[in-house]
Ligand binder design. Sequence first.
Ligand code: NDP
Length: 254
Amino acid sequence: MSKRLEGKVAIITGGGRGIGLGITQRFAEEGARIAIVQRNAPPPSILNERTVFIQADLTLPDEIARAVDRTVERFGGLDILVNNAGIMFEKTVEEMSEADWDQMMTVNLKAPFLLTKRAVPLMRSRGGGSLINIGSIEGIGSNPGHPAYSASKAGIHGFTAAVAVDHGRDGIRCNAIAPGWINSDLSEIYLESMPDSARIRRELLAMHPAGRLGEPRDIGNLAVWLASDESTFATGQVFVMDGGRTKKLPLPIG
Ligand code: NDP
């Protein structure tokens, strides 16, 4: 069987760690050429002629522009952009400073906008492309202390719909994936910050009809489909990938 992303060029922000690494691994297996864009070097084992690391801090617009330019210089164009890099912290509105709010919005919402702005003309010039934004089930509901995080994720879901509406005629599709609990540094640090994390781990598992927590490759599998020509009628959507967690209604029994 031919590889599903053969001949395609992708940027994956945060593609060297956690969920992003799962997406990078699946894209590489499907034949894509990949630019991983983040601050720290990814594990050397995933880098080769077809998967390269471009260092950039996504809070800096100049570094975003340079990362896209370098991807095009290296691979000759752009077909897929995965806006995956993101941050999370716990602060209520009372605890949060204006600078905290701005930091969350800069990484989780403004960087995807600036990257999309540069990606659209590049994709249009190749007859189309696929934009994939990593949102969250916290763009639909929220956990405690997450007003900025949830706002950024609900924002990226809305942005996804709007970009799909504006650029469908260019052959450009835009979809979001809303992961539930996926094992990564981000979710592990969150869990370990809680008192009684062992109990929470057990109860968290019980919330999942699928009987397990998510892995980065679960998100990678869906991202491959959204990036591929198998999904050309899918655009503007938010695809929840959470092992059924948000479909299980709370009941004070069992
Ligand atoms: P991790 O913390 O494990 O990884 C975050 C990635 O983002 C890293 O590769 C990091 O690279 C990159 N990044 C962060 N800040 C910047 C920056 N300023 N410039 C460039 N790159 C940056 O997180 P996850 O893999 O868990 O999360 C990935 C995405 O999935 C995020 O958008 C998150 O909100 C979302 N998500 C995660 C869930 C989960 O359960 N894990 C659930 C729902 C959504 P570096 O530090 O080297 O720059």
